[in-house]
Design a protein around this ligand. Structure first.
Ligand code: GLA
Length: 724
């Protein structure tokens, strides 16, 4: 008999520059053979696994001595067989057995990419090909299909998994990961995006060690503390050097993203729905589909990874009707008025906003029910005509007449105990039948897994949008889920609740954007508490953080912009001293940092001097001229001498570059010299506006632009270069 580890079938999935190679061993197991830059020629991996020396004290497989599954790089490991590491799938049958043994059955290929019913996923284009690896456990009558798509042009792979119960008994899925990859090495650094409310998505590097590492959320949302993302990079990887493999989940709920280093220096990388508090009843002849994971391989550091993610999400994940629509300059009244406004104060603010050049007036919290603070009325999406001095329709008309478009804040998934909605439907909230449900910010969470709740929200929001000229919704979500329990499924199926919540949320969002295809939605969850690819599939932008301080935003936007397009990072210029942390930052720097994302204003313009208003007016006028490149240009991070204190980035299109640089604290008697650029086309020439000098691209990349002497803390500088 053949050595069971011999590769008998090899599948090379390639994009222009990346490659994922899977294989089937003689034993029938699907294995990971290669994930990295595309290899120049087709090579055979036939003996990759027979060449491995074997480790001791591991179980044998299929009665073959020294055939040790636990040492081998499995594409979709399960429980109860000789691989005693972390499984990607755990499923129990009607006897309670969780023993699962998947073997390759057949392969299907498609010249496109199937949608994942009920879940957001990236679209395909002509360059996409899909491989569906069908695995089976004959005893369980379970079919597991790994659906892997390769987008050749964008250099992105995506994967989701479909479970089909082909038997006549129910199965219970207890773990359902979207992606698993086993590496025969542990020589990586792990990268995650972590933080908290007000300091979301900071880059966090950790060298791998034996055992578990990673991030997860059990909060009912992806969360402020961690993004559904994990990357493994070569030690020493920077923005411009080093090989890195990033995996991101297109999902907004509980997730896990982890790397496990086993006893023999192998790394298992996994991402998917968090198995914590998750299970799914898979009845006979039913299927379950996991969320999609996107996988990007970069050879030259984080900038390359970032470019691929940004372009792919812009082109293939964000709604095509709005993805490339220039985003309007927003004025949001939250930090200007909080709950304390009336028609007059809103119109006064709107007039000033128009005067400085803003384009979209976004009316934040407090316009509905009896809401004058955060203790009431969520759920009652009925305009407070007293506060608005008449109908919402009339207010919008007046705002429109001033020459501004109109946007509205809502927090649809929530209900205040003090609301008509709660009094009418006390059983619509997330709670069990015994415990007093917990309040956060005086609000309960609506059970989005209920179809009556979904229908109510679709109807209510659609009515608001249909009856009023609302072109923009800020969709907030200001607490996480406690008391996770639903009345919609029987007791033994409670593990389905948190995933069903997400399916319900996505259903509502999809219904609204289908009916209102041009609607801009700004996602928000107390800032960046749900800034993920799942929400990005519906939103035109997401509020990056409740921290509007320009300096605090630098690391937040660095991490967020690693994966998500600049036009999707909503960023506002706010007042000084900053409301969250009291810092005083010059207006230019506040502008430059906000323009790294999607620029808006969130301050009381009526309190500013004529000179300050004129400065904002000039800022917006200049932004409008550069809007296309600032919103849709490729965002590239630049090297600096003093990282953490100096920050530099550029935005690039085919014919323009904008370079921005911020020095946080000025250092006495240091001589700042030049800012080097990266990522320019080799033989290009650029003309720099301010100095009227022409530079060769290689000069800009090797020598750089001259830097001004900072005149104080929080100093910023911008260069605008055009290709000649
Ligand atoms: C959250 C948001 C803020 C604002 C308030 C309104 O905190 O992040 O921007 O909309 O809610 O209550």
């Amino acid at each position: 008999m053949d050595n069971p580890r011999t590769i008998v079938q090899q599948f090379d999935l390639v994009t222009t520059r990346s490659q994922m190679t899977l294989g089937v061993m003689a034993s029938g197991h699907l294995v990971c053979l290669y994930l990295g830059p595309r290899l120049a020629s087709r090579v055979s991996f036939k003996n990759l696994l027979t060449d491995l020396n074997h480790a001791s004290y591991l179980a044998d497989t299929d009665g073959v001595r020294n055939f040790r599954l636990e040492q081998l790089p499995l594409a979709y490991p399960t429980f109860g067989n000789p691989d005693l590491r972390e499984p990607a799938l755990v499923v129990a049958d009607e006897t309670g057995s969780r023993i699962t043994d998947l073997r390759f059955d057949h392969l299907e290929t498609y010249p496109h990419k199937p949608a994942i019913t009920g879940l957001p996923s990236a679209r395909w284009d002509e360059q996409t090909r899909t491989w569906a690896f069908v695995l089976k456990d004959e005893q369980l009558h379970l079919q597991v299909t790994l659906v892997i798509s390769a987008d050749e042009d964008h250099d992105v792979f995506s994967q989701h998994v479909i479970y089909t119960n082909q038997g006549s008994h129910g199965l219970t899925i207890e773990r359902a990961f979207s992606f698993n990859w086993d590496f025969l090495s542990d020589q990586y650094q792990m990268l995650n995006l972590t933080g908290a409310w007000s300091r979301e998505n900071h880059l966090q590097w950790t060298p791998l060690k034996q055992g578990f590492q990673g991030v997860d959320s059990k909060r009912g949302a992806s969360g402020h503390g961690q993004n559904p993302f994990i990357a493994l990079a070569a030690p020493g990887t920077t923005w411009d050097h080093g090989q890195v493999i990033g995996v991101n989940l297109v999902y907004s709920g509980n997730f896990i993203a982890q790397a496990n280093v086993d006893m023999h220096q192998n790394t298992r990388l996994q991402i998917g729905i968090n198995p914590f508090n998750f299970s799914w009843q898979l009845n006979a002849h039913r299927t379950f589909k996991t969320p999609e994971a996107t996988i990007v391989i970069a050879e030259h550091g984080l900038n390359e990874l970032s470019a691929r993610y940004q372009r792919f999400y812009q082109d293939n994940l964000m709604r095509s009707a709005i993805a490339k629509t220039p985003r309007p300059v927003v004025i949001n009244n939250w930090e200007a008025t909080y709950f304390n406004f009336n028609k007059q104060s809103l119109l006064t603010l709107a007039k000033k906003a128009k005067q400085v050049g803003a384009e979209m007036f976004v009316l934040d919290d407090g316009w509905f029910g009896q809401r004058n603070n955060d203790t009431s009325s969520l759920g009652d999406w009925v305009p407070n005509t007293k506060k608005l001095g008449g109908s919402l329709t009339a207010l919008i008309k007046e705002i429109n007449q001033l020459g501004l478009r109109f946007g509205l804040w809502v927090e649809p998934e929530m209900v205040s105990p003090n609301s008509d909605l709660y009094r009418r439907h006390p059983n619509w909230i997330v709670a069990d039948e015994k415990h007093q449900p917990q309040l956060t910010r005086s609000q309960y969470v609506l059970d989005m897994s209920r179809s009556d709740v979904q229908d109510y929200l679709i109807y209510t929001l659609d009515t608001l949008l249909t009856e009023n000229n609302i072109e923009y919704l800020k969709w907030d979500m200001n607490r996480n889920i406690t008391d996770a329990y639903t009345q919609t499924v029987p007791p033994r199926r409670q593990g389905e609740f948190e995933h069903r919540y997400m399916l319900g949320l996505y259903r509502v969002l999809k219904a609204l954007v289908t009916k209102h295809p041009r609607l801009l939605i700004e996602g928000c969850a107390g800032g960046g508490g749900r800034f993920d690819a799942g929400m990005l599939a519906y939103c035109s932008a997401i509020w990056t953080s409740d921290d509007t301080d320009a300096i605090a935003r630098l690391p937040i936007q660095e991490g967020t912009g690693l994966l998500y397009p600049a036009a999707a990072m909503s960023a506002h210029v706010s007042a000084v001293p900053n409301e969250q942390i009291g810092r005083k930052t010059p207006l230019t720097t506040r502008g430059i940092v906000a323009e790294q994302g999607c620029l808006g204003y969130e301050l009381d313009l009526t309190k500013l001097t004529a000179a300050e208003l004129a400065a904002i007016q000039a800022q917006i006028a200049s932004y409008k001229k550069l809007r296309w490149i600032l919103q849709f240009g490729q965002l590239i991070r630049l090297p600096v001498a003093d990282p953490g204190n100096q920050w530099a980035w550029l935005k690039k299109t085919a014919d323009q570059i904008i370079v921005d640089r911020v020095t946080v604290l000025v250092q006495p008697n240091t001589v700042e010299k030049r800012q080097r650029l990266t990522g320019l086309p080799a033989n290009a020439l650029y003309f720099e506006q301010q100095t009227q000098r022409t530079y060769a691209a290689d000069f800009l990349m090797q020598v750089g632009l001259p830097v001004d002497r900072p005149t104080g803390d929080f100093f910023s500088q911008r260069w605008i270069l055009s290709r000649v």
